[in-house]
Design a protein around this ligand. Structure first.
Ligand SMILES: CC(C)(COP(=O)([O-])OP(=O)([O-])OC[C@H]1O[C@@H](n2cnc3c(N)ncnc32)[C@H](O)[C@@H]1OP(=O)([O-])[O-])[C@@H](O)C(=O)NCCC(=O)NCCSC(=O)C[C@@](C)(O)CC(=O)[O-]
Length: 253
């Protein structure tokens, strides 16, 4: 029987670890997105937590982004917009969370998964953590996640990724451009380094870290409004025959 999806949180010595899992390559249906928003808000307000580690279960894929299964059920614009607002609201929850978020990125990242990675304040990865923005190949675009990615790598590298939707960018490329801060040879080393890094940070002043975080996200006050219009773009395009046919072909392979 297929394992059920989950998001679990573990708090130990000021450090909260969020682990998400979905049997379909850690893709995100809206239920998982909503749960992640709730967890970031809850941990942001929890006095016992100073640092948050975001990781996923399994060793092959960190996240495959938006759930194709849910995308295939979307038959009207408002449903599409609402679904993509889920990604917008996770990124906004990560932005408003006053704690540093450290991404422990093990495995491949695609589409919305790249957006979540870029929304982390720091990201540690391993030698299999290649990434691609596949959206154009399925008839949509990385509209909602773009501001989080461009914040880290700039519009030139973002354009390069999005205009080559089938091409995997290597962990070294992602580090050079600024999505990853470090790349480790193995998953074990990446996990250990993430925890050590979080432990080192956790002795510092929470007030100072909160103020620093507001600098990391400076100039983004317009994001809530911008992301609504971006969710409308994705929400409209996902209704196209091109997208439905491409997703069905993918699912039947
Ligand atoms: C992830 C790898 C590399 C794994 O590649 P792999 O390890 O070779 O495994 P696989 O391809 O056999 O996939 C394993 C299972 O996961 C499923 N799967 C895989 N991806 C999804 C998905 N997204 N939704 C639902 N199911 C998915 C896939 O169908 C399969 O199911 P099974 O045959 O075992 O039943 C490969 O499967 C892949 O490239 N998948 C496509 C991922 C993709 O293109 N994601 C983009 C989503 S669109 C998006 O995020 C939009 C957004 C939010 O950015 C829009 C915006 O910003 O406005």
């Amino acid at each position: 029987m297929e394992q059920l999806h989950y998001i679990k949180t573990d708090i130990e010595s000021d450090i909260a670890t969020i682990e998400f899992f979905h049997p379909k390559s850690n893709s995100f249906p809206s239920t998982q997105l909503n749960e992640l928003i709730r967890i970031f808000d809850e941990l942001g307000a929890n006095d016992k937590v100073k640092i948050i580690i975001l990781k996923s279960a399994g060793d092959k894929v960190f996240s495959a982004g938006a759930s194709f299964d849910e995308l295939l059920t979307i038959d009207e614009f408002e449903k599409g917009k609402k679904f993509f607002m889920g990604f917008a609201n996770v990124i906004l929850a990560m932005r408003r969370c006053p704690k540093f978020i450290v991404g422990c990125i093990t495995g491949k990242i695609v589409g919305g998964g790249v957006g979540l990675t870029a929304a982390c304040d720091y990201a540690l990865a391993e030698s299999n953590s290649a990434a691609r923005l596949s959206e154009l190949s399925i008839g949509i675009g990385p509209f909602v996640i773009e501001p989080a990615i461009t914040r880290k790598i700039g519009i030139t590298a973002f354009s390069e990724m999005t205009m080559n939707p089938t091409e995997w960018k290597s962990p070294e490329w992602l580090k050079e451009k600024g999505i990853f801060n470090h790349v480790y040879p193995t998953i074990e080393e990446c996990e250990k380094a993430s925890l050590d890094f979080a432990k080192n940070l956790s002795v510092y002043s929470l007030d100072a870290m909160r103020d620093l975080k507001s600098i990391f996200w400076q100039g983004t006050d317009h994001l809530p409004e911008l992301m609504k219009s971006r969710a409308e773009m994705s929400g409209r395009l996902v209704l196209s025959d091109f997208t439905k046919e491409t997703l069905m072909k993918f699912k039947s392979n």
